[in-house]
Design a protein around this ligand. Structure first.
Ligand SMILES: Cc1cc2nc3c(=O)[nH]c(=O)nc-3n(C[C@H](O)[C@H](O)[C@H](O)COP(=O)(O)OP(=O)(O)OC[C@H]3O[C@@H](n4cnc5c(N)ncnc54)[C@H](O)[C@@H]3O)c2cc1C
Length: 536
């Protein structure tokens, strides 16, 4: 690795740069390194404890290579996802996930044993998983820059060739010149404070779009998770054991976790607080539930609430595309984006290929993160190594749509409007009556405000500093909301998680993907789903 310290700043060269160090980024780093590439990985937080997986237990789409079991697995969410998934991709992801989970087993992941003494490989505890991934990545010789968010991609006429950003703990800037870049920055949860998700502000979408990549499925972006009003934990599996109540103890008819979140949302919209109680959990299971998701119970313990016996107030917290499925459009089997040198993986990329317009969490996302990460790492390494000596001579420039500057801006409340922009975006994406229950009038009115917000931010000078990172996050969230709502307007039907109040049913004529792009002028067009996507 060629490291040149210059005026306190960090400059590195590599074959492959990975942006984001969650499961997708770390798998990309491992597979790129295994191909012989020199790899640098940068993360906004600390690789190993940052992002959506790190604080949670995750179910994984781990299915034995048995035709019957695999067919069943593929069919399980096909209809729920609006029949937009593709056989070929589901097969590839099931194969790679199976191999990767077995690799984790031989690498020391402590899978629990079932009654027959076989390792149970259908789930991972986030903290153990990500601690192991960091260890494996370091062992593979990958250079990790923690607390180092990327601010912009670098490119020349041949394609993307690096990125730069800041090191938020030291105030230094960093730049990495690389033959290829993998974006693995996760989804966008709009700073809703869902646990692990406040680093996920759609940065990668904006970086990719600024480089000319497009997005896909951005209408599938309105995941809301049930959580206690007093907690940031959005693990929802346990709400399958819940009944939902009004304050007087009467049941909220139709409310539920799998189905029935809309009922909760409508009550909340009308100002009626909804409460939950996990009273459907069998007595003998309760101790096990407490130990398998310890962080679920922590906020209850702090307040002296027993969630199996006491009512507690709930809300629906926005998780946006984290448990949605839209993201950067994938154009080949190596998770290329169609822009030379640029790859995408995990929640940053569209997951429609394996679950269409619906995931709800549980298993597909984790499988996609580790598989697409692996494909992207391999693809990026092959591409970069194929560039040969040419790579070293490249003189790329930054792609940020707003100018990034090295001198500090004078921060006074009238100049630094980032907090104002963030709350303005949130006023558009959080309300259930705009984003969950979508209508043409609601979306159009919101878009007009979002377009104004984008214009205000566009061309603002952004300093390369922690404050600049926040300003870029606000831009990324504004851009994400615009791709979401333009796509949602174009899909005049209800499919997957996208619900239109004015078009309540699925329309067979709209069995296509919606791809979108553009920075100032947003465009949306249709793309056919592969014919073989139709399951028999
Ligand atoms: C509560 C909850 C429960 C879930 N449960 C399940 C489950 O049971 N099964 C399942 O399949 N899925 C589940 N998911 C979804 C799953 O967690 C995600 O799909 C998975 O984490 C995606 O991995 P990733 O690497 O793409 O993104 P993440 O794990 O979110 O990692 C993204 C990384 O990118 C970094 N980053 C962001 N912006 C930048 C930037 N500008 N520069 C540098 N780095 C950046 C972040 O710091 C972070 O480390 C759950 C999600 C949540 C929120």
């Amino acid at each position: 690795m060629n490291k040149i310290a210059e005026q306190g700043n960090v400059h590195l060269t590599a074959d492959v740069l990975i942006i984001g160090g969650g499961p997708a980024g770390t798998w990309a780093a491992l597979t790129a390194a295994a191909k012989g590439a020199k790899v640098v990985l940068v993360d906004k937080g600390y690789c190993g404890s940052s992002g959506a997986t790190a604080p949670s237990g995750t179910g994984v789409w781990y299915v034995e290579p048995d035709k019957g079991l695999r067919d069943e697995a593929k069919a399980s969410r096909f209809s729920k996802g609006g029949q937009l998934a593709e056989h070929r991709w589901m097969d590839r992801v099931l194969d790679r996930t199976y191999a990767n989970m077995n690799y984790l087993g031989i690498s020391g992941y402590p899978f629990p044993l079932d009654d027959q003494g076989n390792p149970y490989r259908r789930g991972l505890q986030g903290p153990e998983y990500m601690r192991l991934m960091r260890k494996l990545v370091k062992k593979a010789g990958v250079k990790i820059l923690d607390h180092s968010p990327a601010l912009e991609l670098l490119a020349d006429e041949y394609g993307v060739s690096g990125a730069n950003g800041v090191r938020t703990q030291t105030g230094e800037t960093w730049s990495v010149h690389a033959g290829a870049v993998v974006i693995a920055t996760g989804g966008c949860a709009f700073l809703s404070k869902a646990l692990g998700c406040n680093v996920l502000t759609g940065d990668g979408y904006l970086l990719a779009a600024e480089a000319g990549a497009s997005l896909s499925g951005m209408e599938f972006s309105n995941a809301y998770a049930i959580s206690p009003t007093f907690s940031s934990v959005t693990k929802t599996a346990y709400y399958n054991y819940a009944n939902f109540y009004y304050e007087d103890g009467s049941i909220v008819e139709g409310a539920g976790s799998q189905k029935g979140r809309s009922v909760i949302a409508r009550n909340l919209l009308e100002g009626r607080q909804v409460y939950a109680k996990l009273d459907k959990a069998p007595e003998d299971l309760r101790p096990l539930l407490r130990v398998s998701q310890t962080n679920f119970f922590l906020p209850f313990n702090r307040l002296g609430i027993n969630p199996f016996e006491d009512l507690f107030p709930v809300t629906l917290r926005l998780e946006g595309t984290v448990r949605g499925t839209g993201g950067i459009r994938i154009t080949d089997e190596q998770c290329g984006t169609g822009v030379p040198g640029l790859y995408a993986a995990g929640d940053a990329a569209t997951r429609e290929l394996i679950c269409g317009g619906f995931t709800g969490g549980g298993s597909h996302n984790a499988a996609w993160a580790m598989s697409s990460g692996s494909f992207a790492g391999e693809g990026a390494a092959e591409y970069a190594l194929g560039l040969g000596n040419h790579a070293a001579d490249r003189k790329p420039t930054g792609l940020s749509s707003s100018p990034l500057i090295n001198r500090p801006l004078h921060h006074n409340p009238t100049v630094d409007r980032t907090a104002e922009y963030v709350s303005a975006v949130n006023a558009e994406v959080r309300p259930y009556d705009i984003n969950l229950f979508r209508t043409e009038s609601g979306l159009t009115a919101s878009l007009s405000r979002l377009n104004g917000l984008w214009k205000e931010q566009r061309n603002q000078e952004i300093e390369r500093s922690g404050k600049g990172v926040k300003a870029r996050e606000a831009e990324a969230m504004t851009a994400t909301a615009r791709w979401m709502y333009n796509s949602a307007l174009a899909r005049t039907e209800t499919r997957g998680m996208h619900k239109r109040e004015d078009y309540k049913v699925l329309d067979d004529h709209q069995h296509h993907r919606l791809i979108s792009g553009g920075i100032d002028d947003i465009w949306v067009k249709t793309e056919a789903v592969a014919k073989e996507a139709v399951l028999q």
